[in-house]
Every structure is written in C-alpha cells, then in structure tokens.
Write a protein that binds this ligand. Structure first.
Ligand SMILES: C[S@@+](CC[C@H](N)C(=O)[O-])C[C@H]1O[C@@H](n2cnc3c(N)ncnc32)[C@H](O)[C@@H]1O
Length: 347
C-alpha cells in the first residue's frame, strides 16, 4: 500500500535533519553579527524577558534563538533562568578573543533569511517564505496559491509516508480502540491514510481548506483509500467540525501557531470529540528543559521564520491540553525526530 504499511530498510532521519534545520545558521548569524548577542550577555547575563527588553525582541523568536544557542552549547542557563555565554561562545564568538570567528559569520550577513530574522526578532511577525517575493503574505497566506500549496503539500506528503507509519506503530493500541479519526489540517491526508492503512477498523475524515482539500482528494484516491478516508472542506478556525469522531489528530499543525490559536483548536476539539475520545498531537517536540534535542531546536528556526509558531516542549503541549480539559496519557517518540502526545477528554 504505497509504503504506508511498512518501514523502509534505512532510516531517513539523516536526510530530514539538514532540511529541517536549514534556517538555523541564518538565525545564529543574525544573533552573532547583527546583535553581538554573546558579547552583550558576557557583559550582562539575562533571562529571556530581560534579553527581550534589552534588544527589543519579541518573545517567540527570542525563545527559539535561546533554545538554539543552548542546544549548540553556546549558552548556559542557571536555575533562575539567567543565560550566560559558554566557554565555546566566549572563546570563539567573543570580541577580543584571538579565536573569534565572528567575521566568518559576518560573511553570511547578506543572506536574505538572516535579514528576515532581524525583522522577525524585532516584530515577532513571520517573514515571507524564502523564494517568494516580499509582497507576498506569510506562509499561511501563500497556501491560498495553487502552485505554492501543491509544492508545499507534496513536501509534507512525502515525509509523511515514513513518519505516518512510525506514528501508527507508536499509537497502535490507541488506534485499536478507535473507530473514526478526524485529521485536522491534514494536508494531503497522508497521516489519515497511514493510520487507516495500519488499523483496518478505522475510517477517517481529513479537514482541510482550499486549495489543499482538492489536492488531498487526489492524493487519497491515488493511494486507493478513498473508500475509507474522505475530505471535508472547511476552515478549522471558523467552520463547524464533523461530529462523532473519537480520535482527533493534529499533525504538524500546532507548531504553526501561537498559544491563542492552539487553545482555540483544542477548544473546538473538545466540543466536537465523542465522549471518551482521544487526541494525538504529532510533531517535533523539544525536551521539557528546552535545551534540545538539537535537531528540533534547529527545526524550530524555520517555523519561527515562516509561521506564527515554533517547536514546543512536549510538556508545554501537555499544559495546553490540560488547560483545554484533556488529560495527557504521555509523550512517545515516533521517528525522524518527531513524537506524539496522546491525551483523552476529561469527563
Ligand atoms: C504544516 S501543514 C501539515 C499538514 C499535515 N497535517 C502534515 O502533518 O503533513 C499545516 C496544514 O494546515 C492547513 N491549514 C492551515 N490553516 C487552516 C485552516 N484555517 N483550516 C484548515 N486547514 C488549515 C494547511 O492547509 C496545511 O495543510
């Protein structure tokens, strides 16, 4: 069944990581060259809030930057949340050090994404997707264009064949106890197809907006699963969600948004989920201390750049779920640096 019901002989993580982390170098370059972050923190260490005030930064991208620097071993953070440059940063990115590599990074200063990050840090607003012109909207606006939506959905779809099978294996017992899945913002429907392919008793609905809804219909039919997986067109923030599903999947959806939108999606989930229903939040999660894992800290940079979100710690996601009336059943790693938080509706 097109690879959805088996794992390949080799693990694609070595290919996912460089693609996922492609913007990390640009964010680090902005911090080193445009803001001299490590010299400033050597002079006066600071908490996230103090650093935001000092540099005039928005908290969301600043949080992503500090996590990146912690994951790269460039910063240390004490129990009070105060950040200091590590020996590595002081020796190799510090003014006056004989080993200072700042000019090595300064030679990358004109990369467009470096300059985007200067603006993202200052405003908190996502930049346009690299390669699209300045006049275009952010990533969400770009998804209204048929060409961009096709290219982007194909990108999400191809990695989902492997990641979807990993997810299905990680939640096998949840699938065994479920009948109808709602895949919210399901893209091509590859995860709905993967879960259906691995759990014969499940049928699924993919909730997607135009033009991705039509792309999903084509893709599901191509996989031969259109008898069990259907697409409902709609805006997940505005339109009613299908009732009667006992399993809701958010795959790579929450990391596109801030807390307000995440809580709204979970509120809608709670309102429409069948009683005793469960939710799966599948994406790349940070460790609870937000010092890594390094591949996720690097991946968070592209999200900070192009969306309203970032990578969350799985404990942060558990907090959003608890606020919204769900009890976490725990976090499980899946594959390719991704994982899933499983939760159930509290009675
Ligand atoms: C990063 S993609 C993830 C797609 C898929 N779930 C996956 O894991 O590959 C986010 C998806 O959310 C969809 N989306 C964004 N805003 C939406 C909205 N308001 N209503 C429905 N879908 C939306 C996008 O069209 C896109 O397919």
């Amino acid at each position: 069944m097109n690879g959805l019901d088996r794992l390949p002989a080799s693990d694609p993580t070595a290919l996912l990581r460089p693609r996922d982390g492609v913007y990390a170098i640009d964010l680090l370059t902005a911090a080193v060259v445009e803001f001299r972050l490590f010299d400033a923190l050597a002079e006066r260490p600071g908490t996230l809030a103090e650093i935001c005030t000092r540099f005039g930064w928005d908290e969301r991208p600043a949080d992503v930057l500090l996590t990146l620097c912690l994951a790269l071993g460039l910063l240390d953070r004490d129990e009070a949340g105060v950040h200091r440059p590590s020996t590595l940063a002081r020796e190799h990115l510090g003014k006056g050090s004989p080993w200072d590599l700042t000019p090595y990074y300064a030679s990358l200063r004109d990369r467009p994404v470096v300059q985007d990050f200067v603006k993202v840090l200052r405003t908190g607003r996502p930049a346009h997707w690299a390669g699209l012109d300045e006049a275009s909207d952010d990533w969400h606006g770009s998804m209204a264009s048929e060409d961009f939506a096709r290219t982007f959905t194909a990108a999400m779809d191809c990695r989902g064949v492997y990641l979807g099978k990993c997810l299905a294996e990680a939640v096998a017992e949840v699938l065994a106890g479920s009948k109808r899945l709602l895949d919210v913002g399901g893209g091509s429907g590859v995860y709905a197809c993967a879960l259906a392919a691995n759990a014969p008793a499940i049928d699924a609905i993919v909730l997607e907006q135009a033009p991705v809804d039509a792309i999903a219909r084509e893709s599901i039919a191509r996989r031969g699963l259109d008898g069990r997986v259907r697409v409902e067109s709609g805006d997940m923030f505005r339109d009613p969600w299908p009732e009667g599903c006992d399993l809701h999947l958010f795959s790579n959806v929450m990391h596109d948004w801030g807390e307000r939108e995440i809580l709204e999606l979970l509120r809608r989930s709670r309102e429409s989920l069948a009683s005793g229903g469960r939710v799966l939040v599948h994406e790349a999660f940070l460790d609870p201390d937000k010092r890594g894992p390094r591949p996720v800290a690097e991946y968070s940079c592209i999200l900070a750049h192009s969306t309203q979100g970032r990578c969350y710690a799985w404990t942060e996601m558990e907090g959003f779920l608890a606020t919204s009336g769900f009890r976490s059943l725990g976090y499980r790693p899946t594959g390719g640096d991704r994982g899933v938080v499983v939760a159930e509706l509290q009675i």
